[in-house]
Ligand binder design. Structure first.
Ligand code: GLY
Length: 369
């Protein structure tokens, strides 16, 4: 327990009570001028659509505020349209249903929620390319693309495997993690975003530019997805190389943010002076460091714990908006390097990882992944 994070948790809760009153059951992506937008309606298949519910479940399991639970359940029901629509769904089903239906099932035991989670996991399973041993990313008519973000989606496969007692889900999750570990993680601990394979033969072709500066650069949120994702693969499989990989990428990340007051640039390998910051990458990496620390002991565990606390403290002191009249907390998150209109804005997943990080510092977080 840390005094500042305990106080911060109280303030987060106070703010989220008001935010939830104003936005009950909405599906926000970002807040502009202190007001959430709402992606409800249509096929609701955008990858971030579970994060507001995830924040609400995290706070509900901590303090039992029924309004948080009811709002999260309303969002979960809205996401049924995405399952029914099917065509817009992608590898990000883990982000969407781990934070809604699976969280609901873990906390309340609701069987309908469990079915939603298993449905989403089965859709992800079906994306497996047998020859390339990877899960196909997105729906952009490139069936050879696999991306680092998906490391945060495969926990829904690990969960489904446990629920069904069926090793296929775990086998596919591990095969995919092994492929990304081989082709995207570099020897210096940096990570590429997109690996392209020949979808017929499964042979690796090249790295492709995604949300970072270039195919060879180092998009910071991609590094964060990798740190946390490999640490989670270790949690479920206990295969040592996943933890070693998570530590290697974490050490690279810690070295890079030591140059920028603990807050990551959007891309660590963009030309100097050309890139803004991405606080969401910092919050996500901090959660990953805390996951790593859970599997270590002594000085090594303290090293990653301190690194996480340093980032979260910097975000808390300089980037959190606690104004009760405004929606959105974590400021200056960035979608990608090249999409300039969406840099240094509020993004709903930044809030989620900040909340999870603070709860983790207090040993009070729901294991949502
Ligand atoms: N697709 C996940 C991200 O934008 O980070």
């Amino acid at each position: 327990m840390v005094v500042w994070s305990q106080e911060m948790l109280g303030k987060i809760n106070q703010k989220m009570e008001r935010v939830n009153d104003r936005n009950f059951g909405k599906i926000p992506y970002s807040a502009e001028d202190g007001k959430y937008n709402d992606l409800s309606g249509g096929s609701v298949d955008w990858w971030t659509n579970g994060f507001f519910a995830g924040s609400l479940w995290q706070l509900y399991q901590w303090n039992g505020n029924e309004a948080f639970k009811e709002s999260a359940i309303a969002i979960e029901k809205k996401l049924d349209h995405a399952l029914e629509d099917f065509v817009g769904l992608h590898h990000d089903v883990g982000f969407m249903w781990l934070h809604t239906a699976v969280a609901d099932y873990r906390i309340t035991g609701n069987e309908k929620s469990k079915k939603r989670g298993l449905h989403a996991a089965s859709l992800l399973l079906a994306r497996f390319n047998l020859n390339g041993r990877y899960l196909v990313a997105w729906n952009c008519e490139v069936p050879g693309w696999a991306i680092i973000d998906s490391m945060m989606n495969i926990p829904i496969l690990y969960w489904a495997s446990e629920q069904l007692g069926d090793p296929r889900y775990l086998q596919v999750a591990k095969a995919h993690a092994d492929t990304l570990e081989k082709y995207l993680v570099r020897s210096d601990g940096s990570v590429g975003h997109i690996a392209e394979f020949d979808p017929q033969s499964g042979l690796f072709k090249k790295l492709v530019r995604g949300q970072g500066y270039s195919p060879e650069s180092s998009w910071s949120r991609g590094q964060a997805w990798a740190i946390y994702g490999f640490a989670l693969s270790y949690r479920y499989t206990k295969e040592q190389h996943y933890l070693d990989t998570a530590k290697k990428i974490a050490n690279y990340f810690i070295g890079n943010v030591s140059q920028t007051e603990a807050v990551p640039l959007i891309d660590f390998r963009a030309p100097l002076g050309t890139t803004k910051i991405d606080t969401s990458a910092g919050a996500c990496a901090a959660c990953g460091f805390l996951e790593i620390a859970e599997h270590l002991s002594g000085m090594e565990a303290r090293y990653y714990h301190k690194a996480a606390e340093k980032i979260l403290r910097e975000l808390a002191d300089n980037y959190i908006d606690l104004d009760l009249e405004k929606d959105g907390m974590l400021q200056k998150s960035s979608h990608s390097y090249h999409q300039k209109a969406e840099t240094e804005i509020h993004l709903v997943y930044g809030d989620y990882f900040f909340i999870e990080g603070i709860l983790r510092l207090e040993d009070q977080a729901l294991a949502i992944w």
